[in-house]
Ligand binder design. Sequence first.
Ligand SMILES: *[C@@H]1O[C@H](CO)[C@@H](O)[C@H](O)[C@H]1NC(C)=O
Ligand SMILES: *[C@@H]1O[C@H](CO)[C@@H](O)[C@H](O)[C@H]1NC(C)=O
Ligand SMILES: *[C@@H]1O[C@H](CO)[C@@H](O)[C@H](O)[C@H]1NC(C)=O
Ligand SMILES: *[C@@H]1O[C@H](CO)[C@@H](O)[C@H](O)[C@H]1NC(C)=O
Ligand SMILES: *[C@@H]1O[C@H](CO)[C@@H](O)[C@H](O)[C@H]1NC(C)=O
Ligand SMILES: *[C@@H]1O[C@H](CO)[C@@H](O)[C@H](O)[C@H]1NC(C)=O
Length: 305
Amino acid sequence: MFARFVTLALAAVSVSAARYPSFGTLQTTNSSGVMNVVINNTYSEINLFDLHVQSDLANLIETLQANDTDIRVVVFSSANPQFFLAHIDINYFLPGYESPLPFFDPGIPNMTFPVALLWNITQLPQATIAVIEGRARGIGNEFLMSCDMRFATTSPSVLLAQLETSFGLNPGAGGAMYLAHEIGRGRTFEYVFASKDIDAVTAEKYGWINRAFDTSAELRDYVEALAARIALFPAGGIVGTKAGINAVSRPPMDVIIQQAQNIIGVLAQTSVTQAFSKKFVAATNNQSLGDLELNYGEELVSLFQ
Ligand SMILES: *[C@@H]1O[C@H](CO)[C@@H](O)[C@H](O)[C@H]1NC(C)=O
Ligand SMILES: *[C@@H]1O[C@H](CO)[C@@H](O)[C@H](O)[C@H]1NC(C)=O
Ligand SMILES: *[C@@H]1O[C@H](CO)[C@@H](O)[C@H](O)[C@H]1NC(C)=O
Ligand SMILES: *[C@@H]1O[C@H](CO)[C@@H](O)[C@H](O)[C@H]1NC(C)=O
Ligand SMILES: *[C@@H]1O[C@H](CO)[C@@H](O)[C@H](O)[C@H]1NC(C)=O
Ligand SMILES: *[C@@H]1O[C@H](CO)[C@@H](O)[C@H](O)[C@H]1NC(C)=O
């Protein structure tokens, strides 16, 4: 009886809090000030950053922004062993794309919805940590860049990339700008121009991620202890520290809008990018699990032959 009541009460809370449609792609559990968020896009074989994940993330962000919780740390991980977050749904750039989400964010002038999502993550009042055990490319990597900290396993399924240049695009949510700060200008040009995958060992060496662990257990233990420690401290310390680090190491909002988002907006309309996007959607069987999605960094060259 009591368990039944609790279940209903929780369901009612999440329904009344949801501003955008709920698709159940994020599973959250709370423990001692730490919220664990598992990204589980059941609409996609490759944990696509599609409208379902975006909608659920926007609702989650609204809850976390409220400051009325005892959550101090948010840990993002993935239910998909091959993909942390594959990339954006490429159909977003193609005619006929339909979504219940607004094109521009209603709260941030001139910022598109997915870019606003990531911007908002950079300034949540909690510390944010990504636990990476699969691929994250394009906006998947930009999501990682928007988190405060990134930890991975050395598993071969960890491959990170900004793949936009191969589409005739640029990283539209500012991923390359964040990377230039993390790994330096020359390495950013190398990886982003070439749309190359980086493995976890190299990513750790360059500073793309904080640290790589040999096993999933070591990764999870380390992050659990780190999160629990940070969660002991007063919220003001986290919020104040984040504001300062953001002030010196986050690209400014107008730079992201004008030099990332608005450029991708123009490039996405070009015939060369439209043609490549259609080719990609066809070659991946509409972004199904397969060789091209798994090994894009290696396989993409074949799309140009
Ligand atoms: C939460 O706190 C931050 C930092 O103090 C503040 O900027 C923001 O407006 C607060 N959010 C709400 C919904 O009160
Ligand atoms: C976790 O905490 C958030 C923020 O307080 C709350 O909205 C959510 O309902 C909690 N989730 C669970 C499963 O308790
Ligand atoms: C992801 O969601 C599906 C459908 O609800 C569920 O069967 C599966 O166990 C979930 N995976 C994880 C790792 O939570
Ligand atoms: C981003 O945060 C602003 C408040 O700063 C809010 O108005 C807007 O709805 C948020 N958008 C998303 C997509 O989270
Ligand atoms: C939004 O874009 C328009 C057109 O480029 C510009 O005139 C306006 O100043 C922008 N608003 C903000 C808040 O950046
Ligand atoms: C691809 O799948 C999405 C749903 O995930 C669907 O809306 C779209 O129409 C599909 N596109 C093609 C070309 O099959």
